[in-house]
Design a protein around this ligand. Structure first.
Ligand SMILES: [Zn+2]
Length: 335
């Protein structure tokens, strides 16, 4: 996928050329393209987040940037003299790109990935006990690159974990060697095992063995240094049976590094709905998910990471350079 080529929305080939240019009120000049194969004309903004918008692109970018650096919806609306409805509309348009970029990310092959799983909590609408709240957010982050594979919110139940781990199962298909490290929550391993496993027939009598796919490891960190009986506790457990050909070692250092923790802090700073002890919390699960999808896009493809000095998608090897704000806003949705 080359982001600079205008593919034809009809035949999806890049055999297009500029037909005419015209001047818009707020966006400068726009191009009408022509496809030589199907002989159709289309605008360069066809099926992109900004199609049909009249507000200047620079203004949309300024406002979405303010939002993505942690400004609440009300504060953004007041500071930038814009209606909340418009901001929500722009965010919804932008978040619509998530499936496209997810698809794009999943066509790549990876040699090795270490993925940390964690859950983050915020209140949604009313103060409810955490067990009833829809504000639980599962984060699956590739450690070296800080690429977020999953950022999904809902009630902390089986369904939430299943959704996240179905995404992980797709990542596993593209990866030779993958470790999943989690902090205490056992459902990751169990559900992953239900979703993807290999059946091993070794010729011995009895039922064939069920194992994790080759190259996949699950590690759960044990909390506390000692067991209830006072014995020193193992640092981690590997609760799920692994494929006999998987190399077993994950060094303690690897297990103890914790990047999601730092990520959580950044999330609380940059997404107003996650700020503690304020009333900037999200009003519904859907709107929380919208802000998370925008966060996912900006974090993975646009914002340079403080530690690695590149965007996570570049570090992971799926992009050569970061996507700028204008690039991401003029990207076409996958049909
Ligand atoms: Zn065409």
């Amino acid at each position: 996928m080359d982001f600079s080529v205008h593919y034809c929305p009809c035949c999806t080939y890049g055999d297009t050329h500029t037909h005419t240019r015209y001047l818009t009120k707020g966006h400068g000049s726009r191009t009408i393209l022509h496809c030589r194969r199907c002989d159709i004309y289309f605008s360069e903004t066809f099926a992109t987040p900004i199609s049909g918008l009249k507000t200047p692109l620079s203004r949309i970018i300024t406002i979405l940037k303010a939002r993505s650096e942690g400004m609440s919806l009300n504060a953004t609306a007041r500071t930038h003299n814009v209606s909340k409805k418009s901001v929500i509309d722009w965010e919804r348009r932008l978040s619509g790109l998530k499936p496209t970029l997810m698809l794009y990310s999943l066509v790549h092959q990876f040699i090795h990935q270490e993925i940390e799983g964690d859950e983050l909590y915020t209140k949604v609408n009313k103060n409810k006990p955490p067990s009833e709240s829809q504000g639980w957010t599962i984060v699956l982050m590739e450690r070296g690159s800080r690429f977020l594979w999953e950022l999904h919110c809902g009630r902390k139940d089986q369904q939430l974990f299943e959704k996240a781990l179905q995404c992980l199962a797709q990542v596993i298909e593209q990866t030779d060697n993958l470790s999943l490290l989690t902090d205490g929550e056992r459902r990751y391993g169990n559900i992953l095992f239900d979703i993807c496993h290999d059946i091993i027939r070794n010729g011995k009598p009895g039922r064939p063995l069920k194992r994790l796919p080759k190259g996949v490891r699950v590690r759960i960190k044990n909390k506390g240094a000692k067991t209830k009986k006072g014995r020193p506790r193992q640092k981690y457990q590997s609760p799920i049976p692994e494929h006999p050909d998987t190399a077993h070692e994950v060094s303690n250092e690897e297990i103890h590094a914790n990047h999601v923790e730092a990520f959580n802090a950044s999330m609380r700073r940059r997404n107003a709905t996650f700020r503690r002890k304020t009333n900037t919390y999200a009003k519904s699960r859907k709107s929380l998910q919208r802000t998370l999808d925008v966060f996912w896009l900006i974090h993975n493809f646009t914002r340079v990471h403080f530690t690695t000095k590149v965007v996570p998608a570049v570090k992971l090897g799926i992009l050569k350079t970061r996507l700028s704000w204008p690039q991401i806003l003029t990207m076409r949705y996958a049909v």
